[in-house]
Design a protein. Structure first.
Length: 123
């Protein structure tokens, strides 16, 4: 099982993701924004296996968070969640190795997306 850091400003979505991933055995740490996520990723004892982030958050948003996270750990698998169509972003904005999950999503879609994102680093 993996340690998953979830950055999501919507409490309902954050709680849903926490419950779903925790139920299948993952250790889940949740934060409300990108700045909090970066504090965790920069901690010396951080052992995050996957970053799950909303694309649109106040303050340090998901795309900026991903950029900073990749500077910290360039092989960190990332799953981005968005209520905005993924094609609304410039192609270079979201790297090819980043899994994107469009909201609304089902629990099964979430679990599948997490497995896909985690599998990217196992290759």
């Amino acid at each position: 099982m993996a340690t998953i850091l979830v950055a999501e400003d919507d409490a309902g979505v954050r709680d849903l993701v926490l419950a779903a991933l925790g139920r299948v055995g993952h250790t889940v740490v949740t934060v409300r924004d990108g700045a909090e996520a970066m504090r965790i990723l920069e901690a010396k004892d951080s052992a995050v296996d996957l970053l799950v982030s909303d694309i649109n958050m106040p303050g340090l948003g998901g795309i900026e968070l991903v950029s900073k996270a990749r500077e910290q750990a360039d092989r960190l698998p990332i799953l981005m969640m968005s209520g905005t169509n993924r094609w609304a972003f410039e192609p270079e904005t979201i790297a090819a190795d980043i899994t994107v999950l469009e909201k609304p999503f089902t629990l099964n879609q979430l679990l599948e997306a997490v497995e896909v994102a985690l599998a990217e680093t196992r290759r």
